[in-house]
Each structure stands twice: as C-alpha cells, then as structure tokens.
Design a protein around this ligand. Structure first.
Ligand code: HAM
Length: 422
C-alpha cells in the first residue's frame, strides 16, 4: 500500500528534535509568564470576517494566504493565520476589556498561511505571542519588546537585531497618507499594485519587487509626520530600551505585513537564517479593538516564530540532535527474567508516583539489548532485576556515568528517593 505523506509545507517535530522545539517554546512562554501575562487558549478556526476586518484586505495574509472553507452549516471559516485578531475577538466577547486594565495574555499554538514553502517558511507554523490591551503608556511598549528580547536571550541567542519604527497615531497617519497617496499617483504602476495601494498605500513599502522598491525610494516616510504626542511617545520607548540595554536599529521603511499596526512597531531579525530571517515581530494596534466592534482601547503585542527560533538556535550551535534540551530519565529498569517483569513494572510505577522519571525495558530482549535501551534513554541510573534480586529483595542501582553501584532494598521508598531525587 502506498504511504501517506504530510501535507505540503507543514512543519513537524518528532523525537529527538521535538525536545528542542518544546524547550524553545517553553522558554518563550516562561518569558511571558515572568512579566505577568495570563494564558489564553483560543480556537484554531474563526469566522473569516474576523481576519478580513482585523488583519486587512490589502495584506498578502488575507488576500492570498488564508485557508478558508465553508463548514457544514454554510458559514465561512478560516484557519487562524495569526493570533491578535482572535485575542481581540475573545476579549470583546467575554468583556475582559471592562475589567482590570491592561489585559495581559499569552498564547501558543499553530497558525496557518498558504505561503510558498521554503526553509523557515511553512504553511502550518508555531507562534508564542503576547498581547497587552488597554494601556497607552510607552512603558508597556518597552515591556513587550523586552519580553521578546528576554525570551531570545534566555535561549542563548545573540546573533539577532531589533528593527524599530513608529507608524504614528491616527492624526499623523492621515496627514502622511494624503502625501503618500499623492506620491503614489505619480508612479507608473500595474493595476493590481494600484488596487493594493488604494486599500492601504503603506503596503507598497513592503513590496519585495526591485522596481517597486526603487519607485518607493523617495516616498514620504511616516516617521517624518509624527505629531508632538506620537513623537514624544516614540522617544520615550527608545529611552526606555536604551536604559534596558536593548540595542535597536531605526528602520523607518518597515511597515510589517498586517494592516492593524499603529505607533511603535518592531521586528527581530536573525542574521543566520537567510531569507526567512524574521524570528518575531509586533507592535501597537490602537484602532483594532474599535474596528472589531469593541471599546476604543489601545493594544500592543508580538508573535514569535517558534520554528524559526529553533532554526536560529541551531544555527548558533546552541541546540542540535546531539545537544538536546531534553530532561533525561532518572532511571531505566530492566527485568532479566520473565518472572521479574511484574516486580519491575510495580517498581517503575512506584518510582513514578514519587516523582522519579522512570522507564522500563519492554519485550523479551536479551540483557545486552535492554542495556542498549538504557544507554539510549540517557537515564542517569539503571537497575537490572533477576532471580537473585527478587530472592534477596535488594537491588544494585548503577550510576550510568561513573559505573559505580549502590544497593537499595526494593520496598524502601525513602532510600530510592534519596538515591534518585536530588
Ligand atoms: P507576523 O510578523 O506575521 O506577526 O508573524 C510573527 C512571526 O511568526 C514572524 O516573525 C515569524 O517568525 C513567524 N512566522 C510568520 N509566518 C510564518 C511562516 N509562514 N512560517 C514560519 N514562521 C512564520 C503576527 O502574526 C502578529 N499577530 C504579531 C503581533 C501580535 N502583533 C501584535 N501582536
């Protein structure tokens, strides 16, 4: 029979590399929790309208990359391409915006974009994200950026930079938009590009084509249109980042790929990843909640790409199949004779009840094969139980590194604890 393969362009993690994926993801989650963010678990599919309104029709994500289908009730459903719109929908729906502010939440899970697959770009990929809703202070902008920075450095990453800009408040943006539209009207553009520009002229800054880049090289930049309030906010964010020792580069042409951004906007770029170098990004989205029918609260957050952060950690030699971020077993147990199997199963179970990480050999393999499994398991200790051990009730626990042994009475759980849990 022919084998079934995974769908094109999805990322999958299986042992042993899955241990490194889990480690990277958990390190990023830990950074979020460390700063007072609460977990949120959201649906993987939402009404299509949420992303059309939230993320914006001019974006590639909405116009070309969504996995959209009709469900059995005839509703248009989309697999979530990003997390912010769903968080906003849930916060509004469950009135979290009427409680204590800011609402600070984190999430982690799969996201879906029908992009052209390549190294570091997948159709199902993973993010850890945070959102802070209802605080206008520049201090929260600096906090969000610092959480991402701490997430990366806690893994040991160093070969990355932070690009920063401000996309302004609504007043600055509308003044800029007028001039930008007038500038774009002077350009000779194809129809599709004109249509995009009509939806959101900022999108042309994000165009990858060389001829469009050249045409946009003299376009007016938003940072030159910031009014006093927006400029002061952005200045304060920069001052705070300097005081946090977080280096950044100002990149006034960065607009990011989603339409909801306003004000402080940022992207972390890893130098060792080639084309798909964005390991995380985010920013303010001060009009999004109102656009989705909620209160007029501001927000800021980020999404970090777990797949790419793992690739970055591997590129920096921090993790590999040999350097696994895997908690090893404490002990591996082997029955030398069939009659010892019950005893081994019972002891394994009792040790697990004590919190010892224990596993045992299955199948009726010879001792040599079972010892190989013990070695491969990475367990710190092993024990072999045969006729003598059952008769005497005393077993020899072997330290796999030094080879030394210690005798322990089978039923003496305190002795087991003392030997294995430290
Ligand atoms: P984003 O920049 O579209 O932002 O995605 C965030 C990160 O997800 C990227 O920097 C990248 O590491 C990863 N990523 C995106 N697409 C792919 C892909 N096809 N394959 C692998 N990794 C990918 C957002 O999604 C916003 N929701 C972030 C945010 C939260 N802004 C404010 N709050």
């Amino acid at each position: 029979m022919s084998k079934i393969q995974s769908p094109k362009g999805v990322s999958e993690y299986f042992p042993p590399r899955s241990a490194n994926f889990e480690y990277v993801r958990n390190a990023m989650i830990a950074a979020a929790k460390n700063a007072g963010y609460w977990m949120m678990e959201l649906p993987i599919f939402e009404e299509t309208e949420l992303f059309v309104r939230g993320v914006g029709e001019s974006t590639d994500v909405v116009s070309k990359e969504m996995y959209t289908f009709e469900d059995r009730g005839g509703r248009s459903i989309t697999l979530r391409p990003e997390g912010t719109a769903g968080v906003m929908r849930s916060v509004i729906e469950h009135n979290l915006d009427k409680g204590q502010l800011p609402v600070k939440v984190w999430y982690s899970g799969p996201f879906f974009r029908a992009e052209r697959p390549q190294a570091g770009r997948y159709r199902q990929f993973y993010q850890v994200g945070i959102e802070a809703i209802g605080a206008d202070d520049p201090e929260i902008d600096a906090e969000v950026i610092a959480v991402a920075h701490r997430a990366f450095t806690s893994i040991g990453l160093s070969n990355f930079r932070l690009d920063l800009t401000s996309l302004g408040d609504s007043e600055s943006r509308s003044r800029h938009r007028k001039d930008l539209v007038a500038y774009i009207e002077t350009l000779d553009l194809d129809e599709a590009t004109k249509e995009r520009a009509a939806l959101n002229p900022l999108r042309l800054f994000d165009d990858k084509r060389e001829e469009i880049r050249a045409k946009m090289s003299n376009a007016p930049l938003l940072v030159d249109y910031l009014n006093a309030d927006a400029a002061a906010h952005f200045e304060q964010v920069q001052r705070l980042l300097r005081s946090f020792d977080i280096p950044f580069t100002l990149n006034p042409r960065m607009v990011r790929g989603l339409d909801y951004y306003t004000g402080t906007t940022f992207e972390f770029v890893h130098e060792g990843l080639g084309a798909q170098s964005g390991i995380g990004g985010g920013g303010r989205y001060d009009g999004l909640m109102a656009d989705l029918g909620g209160a007029n609260l501001s927000g800021i957050g980020f999404g970090l790409g777990v797949d790419r952060v793992l690739l970055a950690a591997e590129a920096e030699g921090l993790l590999s199949e040999e350097k696994l971020a895997h908690d090893p077993l404490d002990i591996f147990l082997i029955a030398m004779i069939p009659a010892a199997k019950d005893c081994v199963a019972l002891l394994t179970n009792s040790l697990r009840n004590l919190g010892v990480r224990a596993d045992m050999a299955y199948g009726d393999r010879a001792l040599k094969g079972a010892m190989k499994s013990a070695d491969k398991s990475g367990a710190r200790f092993s024990v072999v139980i045969g006729e003598d051990e059952i008769a005497s009730g005393v077993v020899k626990v072997k330290n796999m590194e030094s080879g030394s042994t210690e005798s322990i009475t089978l039923g003496d759980l305190n002795a087991w604890k003392g030997a294995l849990l430290h």
